[in-house]
Write a protein that binds this ligand. Sequence first.
Ligand SMILES: NC(=O)C1=CN([C@@H]2O[C@H](COP(=O)(O)OP(=O)(O)OC[C@H]3O[C@@H](n4cnc5c(N)ncnc54)[C@H](O)[C@@H]3O)[C@@H](O)[C@H]2O)C=CC1
Ligand SMILES: O=c1[nH]c(=O)c2[nH+]cn([C@@H]3O[C@H](COP(=O)(O)O)[C@@H](O)[C@H]3O)c2[nH]1
Ligand SMILES: [K+]
Length: 501
Amino acid sequence: MAASSTDFADDGFAAARLFSQGFSYTYDDVIFLPGYIDFPADAVDLSTRLSRRLPLSIPCVASPMDTVSEARMAVAMASLGAAAVVHCNTEPDAQAAIVRAAKSRRLPFVSSVPFFSPSSAPALNDFDGNEYALVTERGDSLSRLVGVAVAADAASREVPAPVSEYMRPVPRSASASFDFEQAAAFLADEGLDYAPLVSDDGEVIDLIAAKDVERIRSYPKLGKPSLGADGKFVVAASIGTREDDKRRLEQLVKAGANAIVIDSSQGNSIYQLDMIKYAKKMYPEVDLIGGNVVTIAQTQNLIQAGVDGLRVGMGSGSICTTQEVCAVGRGQATAVYKVSSYAKDHDLPVIADGGISNSGHIVKALTLGASTVMMGSFLAGSHEAPGTYEYKDGRRVKKYRGMGSLEAMTKGSDARYLGDTLKLKVAQGVVGAVADKGSVLRFIPYTMQAVKQGFQDLGASSLQSAHGLLRSETLRLEVRTGAAQVEGGIHGLVSYEKKAF
Ligand SMILES: NC(=O)C1=CN([C@@H]2O[C@H](COP(=O)(O)OP(=O)(O)OC[C@H]3O[C@@H](n4cnc5c(N)ncnc54)[C@H](O)[C@@H]3O)[C@@H](O)[C@H]2O)C=CC1
Ligand SMILES: O=c1[nH]c(=O)c2[nH+]cn([C@@H]3O[C@H](COP(=O)(O)O)[C@@H](O)[C@H]3O)c2[nH]1
Ligand SMILES: [K+]
């Protein structure tokens, strides 16, 4: 039986009290006391909103970082009912092309096969690890499809020969609007090992292979995808606050971006406020997410300027050194709670950005008021993150870097600094590597199942219900001492194997 909040008066703290004592707490510092269960874990509904007008079926967002979110991540996240924010550490045309590529299909994967012209003579390396390549008249996606080149055929030649000598005839093309089940049925019905994916206006989008279908089938069943009002995958994209970013914004809107994230570590600036007002005036139909913020005063300014969503977190990211370098920021649990407490009165969804390293952190972020969590390191080791796997000390890893690292700044976000009178660059992030985690199509569904179990323990059957428990002070929490944190982890074993699913 659920008890009234007064019965809990001296057992645990309500969030309002816990977070007003002058400490900056993060996820690991706090623990929730269990509630009352009267529903199965599978009945937990994790549907939510990315921003004011954008529904998602699961509360996950991929960070706008160049080692996390490009087309592959965007289609996988949208297929799962989540979303990715395509990074802006590249030329505006290239960023818009990524958005367009992700929105041009309904399949959960991008195979990025190379394109060749019939006269080109590619070596095996030119197949970039792909089993197939598409051959078109001009060697681009917009000219007529004339054949399919198979890497094994190229490899069997002693010297590279023109593709026209060994390309195979074009099989029937699949429509780019096919979703996964339609594409799988198409290959099976036609008895094909592969088929080009072609849009209604004749653009050659990609190639789907029976092997891809098999791989996707080995993952948990896909749920409800994130589709925008345009009927296409929801894809968000980030911009900065420089004059140039107005042109970037225009290109992204033209490419169909469903939401725009203004990407800054400290969102409460004249530059961002001006950009918000400009974007809302020019493109009122596109949801605009401001940030980052960690205080109520910052939040107030962004809301007044007209944002449709807020991104919360300063210095909490795994690759962030902002708190160390600038002495500014906030513990992420406190930041999420404070900002959401204010944003809820304006019906604005909050993205808890950074510091997520396990499903418990996701439960904490959502229960403390967030509508979604944004993740960098949690996704960067996936098959869908940009880059290739390498081996480090015998472990398969992918590169993951902060957007404020010297390496990332000198690559693209450098433009941000070119106009500065202060030309000395100081990093606020590092370059590192994360372990191979396989496909997001596999580990995100398991992670969401773990989150559902956490919600069940709290007695919350949905995000709304969790937020209700928080605001009514039925949800009780405590700070964990150092020893309690040790106790809450694995301890006292000589060795163990940690396998989550
Ligand atoms: N969430 C976090 O804790 C942090 C995130 N980051 C990430 O690193 C990247 C870079 O972040 P920031 O350095 O905060 O980028 P930013 O573009 O907001 O700021 C860079 C510098 O440019 C200045 N600036 C921005 N617009 C301007 C304009 N129109 N005129 C003149 N000066 C202007 C800013 O005041 C700042 O000094 C982003 O991807 C961000 O997400 C970096 C640090 C912390
Ligand atoms: O201080 C920082 N320096 C950086 O170079 C940097 N790059 C990204 N970010 C922020 O970290 C978030 C991702 O954090 P996680 O890896 O913990 O998910 C991202 O979503 C960003 O908010 C940075 N913060
Ligand atoms: K950090």
